[in-house]
Design a protein around this ligand. Structure first.
Ligand SMILES: [Zn+2]
Length: 396
């Protein structure tokens, strides 16, 4: 708890640590002393923010090392070098295609990491953790991708071992991107006190990260929250999973784009028709957002329809899980305010009154930054668990 708090807030005094954890000053004092003796923490100065006696501030030892957070998207890569308080020292992002496979993509990430270290004047053995979010199902215990639909060449690729060859001191943790985004919100978002919430990512697919009692809940094999394949229409189109009417096949980015192209071809929307002509005959969900912002009724209708289907699916999730908060994020989530309002309407209409009494549904507060912060904290959480468990240091 002490390490978690310092990683979230930066330097704190013993009194503040006692107050925030609920433990006595004496107990916190003893724990801090042991962390100082193990060179995990050090005293970094005085707290001058309050009157009266000045308290010594504690923070991570300057020799404790650094972290890489990596957010792999379907079409982009984002890398951050951070310290143990989640402060980003170096940042790199670039377009990339996961379909190029792990050798090409991880090779590029590794080269970029080494360049970032050089720029920061650091060595590879100063990296003590690497957290990686990937857009596919991950078996969390092994860090392996299992049957990833949009990244077939990555099946069971040993990502951990790959990075450990270059960064031998690092704990490497791989997780599904939506879990990582939920973790970013839990640690750095504005709803830092929410203990039971879900993060819905709407993009090429629809995924869900679950935070249960202040921790990411992954289920028994790591795929909890795969809500994209919940059926919302038994007569709906066939999904890539083989079933009919999955919410992902009817309401995610490609479905919105396909319906928009159909409307353009049938002459129902001059704006979409015009956009499609200037885009070489193709439309994306983003174009639907552009048309909606210009007042195109067909596009507004498509966004509302998508929100209604997602909301109907979420109503079941709300009845089952009773979250206090649903955060909506991902590349397609910002195509128009109608999406969020339709989701809210459908959830309220179809959930039990008691489960929605205190429920808020809003955009995720970190927007596009949730993934990179989540990746940093994914590594930090596991380092802290290791540090807090006596004996593990010696076994390594
Ligand atoms: Zn499906």
């Amino acid at each position: 708890m002490i390490l978690d708090l310092l990683s979230q807030h930066g330097a704190l005094s013993r009194t503040e640590l006692a107050w925030r954890t609920g433990y006595s000053r004496a107990k916190i004092g003893a724990a801090v002393q042991s962390l100082i003796e193990r060179r995990i923490l050090e005293e970094v100065g005085d707290d001058e923010s309050r009157g009266g006696r000045r308290a010594r501030l504690l923070n991570f030892s300057s020799s404790i090392g650094y972290i890489f957070g990596v957010d792999v998207g379907a079409t982009s890569v984002d890398i951050a070098l951070s310290d143990f308080t989640g402060r980003i020292l170096q940042r790199f992002d670039a377009p990339a295609d996961v379909r190029d496979g792990p050798d090409v993509l991880l090779g590029m990430i590794k080269d970029q990491m080494l360049t970032m270290l050089q720029n920061a004047g650091l060595m590879p053995d100063q990296i003590h953790g690497i957290g990686i979010g990937v857009p596919g199902p991950v078996e969390f215990s092994t860090g392996l991708l299992i049957a990833p639909p949009i990244m077939p060449g990555w099946e069971a690729f040993p990502i951990r071992e790959y990075f450990n060859r270059v960064f031998p001191q690092a704990i490497v943790i791989v997780d599904n991107d939506v879990n990582v985004m939920a973790l970013g919100e839990l640690r750095r978002g504005k709803n830092i006190n929410a203990q039971n919430f879900i993060f819905i990512k709407i993009g090429t697919g629809i995924g869900c990260g679950i935070v249960c009692q202040g921790k990411i809940y992954r289920g028994s094999s790591g795929c909890a929250g795969d809500v994209g394949h919940i059926c919302v229409d038994y007569n709906g189109p066939i999904c890539h999973c083989g079933n009919r009417g999955c919410v992902e096949a009817m309401a995610a980015g490609p479905a919105i784009a396909a319906k928009a192209m159909q409307a353009a071809r049938e002459g129902r929307s001059p704006i979409l028709q015009q956009l499609m002509e200037s885009n070489n005959g193709v439309l994306t969900a983003k174009d639907v957002g552009i048309a909606a912002a210009r007042g195109d009724r067909v596009s507004i209708g498509l966004i509302q329809e998508s929100g209604k289907l997602i909301g109907e699916m979420l109503a079941g999730v709300v009845n089952f899980f009773n979250p206090s908060l649903i955060l909506i994020g991902g590349g397609v989530s910002n195509i128009g305010y109608q999406l969020l309002s339709s989701i809210r309407q459908a959830v309220l209409a179809r959930s039990l009154p008691l489960s929605t009494r205190d429920l808020r549904i809003e955009y995720n507060s970190l927007r596009g930054e949730a993934g990179i912060y989540g990746a940093i904290y994914l590594a930090l959480e596991h380092i802290f668990t290791t540090l807090a468990t006596p004996g593990i240091d010696d076994e390594d």
